[in-house]
Write a protein that binds this ligand. Structure first.
Ligand SMILES: Cc1cc2nc3c(=O)[nH]c(=O)nc-3n(C[C@H](O)[C@H](O)[C@H](O)COP(=O)(O)OP(=O)(O)OC[C@H]3O[C@@H](n4cnc5c(N)ncnc54)[C@H](O)[C@@H]3O)c2cc1C
Length: 446
């Protein structure tokens, strides 16, 4: 094990740098800041390309307008100050492992003006936690003609387009051209399903708020999935319950249809089907950001994830950890080739182990192995239902539905908030959200 002594700012302090302040990285930076940063035992730095954090599983609600991102976002600068770490705005662009420096690209604003120049940041321990983005698998027309929900900006842009299309159609007295407001969502995983349900709810609300020249039935929602079932990795009963619920609210399902091309008019599938849609959303599959492919000579897989050992250290460099969606972490309990799935619960658990292993490393103790605990999966169908399965050592997989499932689903976000703010502030947030939800419209109308 190499020792960690050299520093520049305060020569006594090891420099721990975390790149990516999402579901995993922000929890880790907060815990390290609260412990090592506060006691001045290490210098903790978080680098992120955004000014604010929002928990990614909320993005489909932002896209549908049923959640205003400003209500749930957190300022990195303010959070860093309160939790004894430094925040650096910037986008990871390279890695100089020999000199232990992270390269950060220049940041420009929307007018193309440089806010901060390209820089590098020294580290003794580095954690890469930059998540994932949608994978278009190189399918023709997807990059040009689909919208994505990888970032808050993309989700807000989607909400703006939806609202503008609704306002336009309302002003002209209703839908003039068939399919003018139709939405095709490619990918029948949790994201696509949850987005379909939220969009259905949004169309009802927009009509109720006076845009009533457009009837909810004027908007067709199409959900297209290459597998013959929705949520194929989950128990069949859960998939069947989801299909039944989506059909009940009028979502058109196309199962076993592989998309081969997308254009400005709609989506083509391998079987020759063409699904016309003015708006197209891509939510099929993920990859880690392209900047990670072979970064600093580290090993990466075909979807750019960094290969890590079970300690979450990268295979070729024990000073560098990777956690969350951007890490290919072995899951031997599932099979010799299996990797831990890219989920918020995996990122949360990896942040906890990375925290422990970093402390152990500073204390020259052996690293612990990451063991993924699958607590099950839950899919929210907005106000209509929540379905899912809970996993336990003794009970195996138990399917839950309705109010109980909704409570468990909401508790996932509460766990993230607890890790960031602690119980007292989470209680205050719950109370303030309760009153805010009674004072605000149920959908974002601007
Ligand atoms: C719409 C949607 C719904 C989802 N619903 C669920 C769900 O219900 N349950 C579930 O378990 N999972 C869900 N997921 C998946 C879940 O959000 C991810 O698995 C989880 O957020 C991964 O956490 P992470 O810390 O690895 O990355 P993220 O939370 O994605 O955070 C990555 C961070 O890195 C930053 N970043 C990215 N690139 C760079 C760069 N080059 N330089 C600097 N910073 C960078 C980003 O700004 C971001 O802050 C959903 C995902 C989406 C998109």
């Amino acid at each position: 094990m190499s020792t960690i002594t050299k520093t520049t700012g305060n020569p006594a302090l090891p420099r721990i740098v975390i790149v990516g302040g999402g579901a995993g990285g922000l929890e880790l930076a907060t815990r390290l800041g609260q412990n090592l940063g506060k006691k001045q035992r290490a210098e903790i730095t978080l680098i992120d390309c955004s000014h604010t954090h929002i928990w990614k599983p909320l993005l489909h609600e932002v896209a549908a307008g049923t959640l205003d991102s400003h209500d749930d976002e957190l300022s990195y600068l303010a959070h860093a100050r309160a939790h004894h770490f430094r925040f650096v705005l910037g986008r990871l662009s390279g890695l100089d492992r020999q000199n232990q420096r992270v390269e950060i690209a220049a940041m420009v604003n929307e007018r193309g003006e440089e806010i901060v120049p390209a820089r590098s940041q020294a580290y003794d321990i580095l954690v890469i936690a930059i998540g994932s983005i949608c994978n278009d698998f190189g399918i023709a027309g997807v990059a040009e003609h689909c919208q994505f929900l990888d970032t808050t900006e993309q989700a807000e842009l989607f909400q703006q387009h939806l609202l503008e299309a609704y306002l336009r159609a309302h002003a002209q007295g209703g839908v003039r051209n068939q399919g003018e407001l139709d939405i095709a969502i490619v990918g029948g995983g949790a994201t696509g399903i949850e987005l379909s349900a939220q969009l259905h709810q949004a169309t009802l609300l927009l009509s109720a708020y006076g845009l009533d020249n457009v009837k909810p039935s004027d908007i067709k929602l199409h959900l297209i999935e290459a597998s013959p079932t929705l949520l194929p990795e989950l128990p069949a009963r859960m998939s069947e319950a989801t299909v039944a619920q989506l059909k009940a609210i009028g979502v058109n399902l196309y199962l076993g249809e592989r998309v081969v091309e997308v254009n400005e008019a709609g989506v083509k599938t391998q079987s020759g089907l063409f699904i016309p849609a003015a708006t197209r959303v891509w939510a099929a599959g993920i990859k880690a950001p392209d900047c990670l492919r072979g970064i600093g000579g580290l090993e990466s897989n075909r979807i750019n994830q960094l290969l890590v050992r079970r300690s979450l250290q990268t295979t070729l460099d024990e000073d560098i950890y990777a956690i969350g969606d951007c890490a290919a972490c072995p899951w031997p309990e599932k099979g010799p080739q299996a990797s831990v799935p890219p989920r918020a619960q995996s990122a949360h658990q990896m942040a906890s182990l990375a925290y422990e292993n970093i402390l152990r490393r500073l204390n020259r103790q052996e690293q612990k192995d990451y063991v993924y605990t699958d607590y099950g999966s839950l899919v929210s169908l907005g106000k209509y239902s929540t379905v899912g399965n809970l996993m336990g050592n003794l009970m195996g997989s138990v399917m839950i539905e309705g109010a109980i499932a909704r409570l468990v689903y909401l508790s996932l976000y509460k766990m993230h908030q607890m890790a960031l703010f602690g119980p007292f502030r989470v209680a205050l947030l719950v109370i303030s959200n309760f009153f805010r939800s009674r004072l605000r419209p149920k959908i974002k109308l601007h």
